[in-house]
Unconditional design. Structure first.
Length: 355
């Protein structure tokens, strides 16, 4: 599979008339090498791939692991005495593709020094939006752990518990299943649920806190899941029931709308328009996003998206209604687009229920 991905890279280089490409995004490095231990917070490695060469550039901390685990790449060990500039001197690259969304300005300037005129840099984009069978199976495994975690956490919700305690319980359970959080969990009680990306805090659950929103994901074998459920602590009000049913119906309308070569923006519009038609404010975020090695990938289901939904894509559909001072409801599931249509990968209950 890794060799097939490299072949696709080289075909893209030829099509775009590039002599090589510098890959700097950690998730893309993982995608092309199978090695997932580089930090996302520091620049620890690059790949440079051309017609007849492929190097992984890193330092001595990773050399032994790379030699053992990434044998299909040549290792260039950078150091103070062996700067990356030395590699550029030994390969023929006149036009180099770079990932503009990944490089810093200082890195860009440094690379430009290596490529003297008339050599130049051009934007290069590696798409991972179409998933293989193996990738989909890994995402499914992450989703199954997430479903188990949701079932588990419902038993831990009681008076006096804090948002952070619920998040810790979720994380401990997921780790016990061999996974880890794919992103810091959002646990929001009552009015906090009106903040789409609420920062999980120390608020305690009281008898008056009816709404509980939980947005969390699992990372398993490098692939991610993402799911949101909104539940009720005690008996919901009629308005809360109406909001919940509106969000659930909006999600289903979006699911039903997807057909071959549907425009992502149109799917967003279906859910968004339905929520507005019921007298609620428009969802302040996009309807959904792709997922894989990262929690947010292509395709993006948003009003401005130009993308077309295709077979093999895995993405979320997550409409929401948020009312400041009152609370919010979001329901999020992951789907894979197959020949027969959408198949849901997250299968936790969405019944309007109380704990």
């Amino acid at each position: 599979m890794l060799f097939k991905r490299l072949k696709i890279i080289r075909e893209k280089l030829q099509k775009e008339k590039l002599d090589g490409v510098l890959i700097s995004t950690v998730s893309n490095i993982t995608y092309l090498t199978g090695y997932a231990n580089f930090s996302k917070d520091e620049r620890e490695a690059y790949l440079i791939i051309g017609k007849d060469f492929q190097y992984i550039i890193t330092d001595g901390r990773y050399s032994e692991a790379i030699r053992n685990q990434v044998p299909h790449f040549d290792l260039f060990e950078r150091s103070y005495t062996n700067p990356v500039e030395n590699l550029f001197k030994n390969i023929q690259v006149k036009v180099l593709g770079i990932e503009e969304d990944s490089l810093t300005v200082s890195e860009y300037k440094e690379i430009k020094k290596y490529l003297k005129r008339p050599k130049k840099l051009k934007h290069f984009k590696l798409s991972r939006s179409i998933k293989t069978k193996d990738e989909i199976e890994k995402i499914e495994k992450a989703c199954r752990i997430g479903d188990l975690a949701f079932e588990y956490i419902l038993k831990k919700i009681k008076l006096g518990v804090t948002e952070k305690q619920i998040a810790r319980e979720l994380e401990d359970f997921i780790k016990g299943q061999g996974g880890e959080f794919s992103f810091p969990a959002i646990v929001a009680f009552s009015k906090n649920s009106a903040i789409p990306h609420h920062q999980t805090g120390d608020k305690r659950l009281t008898i008056n806190d009816t709404l509980i929103l939980m947005d969390f994901g699992v990372k398993f074998e490098d692939y991610c899941s993402d799911m949101t459920r909104t539940i009720f602590f005690g008996k919901p009000s009629e308005e809360q029931k109406k909001i919940y049913k509106t969000v659930l119906t909006a999600q289903q309308k979006a699911v039903d709308f997807v057909s071959p070569r549907t425009k992502a923006a149109e799917v967003d519009k279906v859910a968004r328009d339905y929520i507005i038609s019921k007298g609620y404010p428009a969802t302040p975020h996009s309807l959904g996003h792709g997922i894989g090695l990262e929690v947010h990938e292509h395709p993006h289901l948003s009003p401005k998206s130009k993308e077309i939904l295709k077979e093999g894509m895995v993405f979320s559909i997550e409409p929401g209604i948020y009312i400041e001072g009152f609370g919010g409801v979001r329901i999020e599931d992951l789907f894979v687009y197959e020949t027969s249509g959408l198949r849901q990968l997250t299968n936790s209950s969405k019944r309007l229920s109380s704990v």
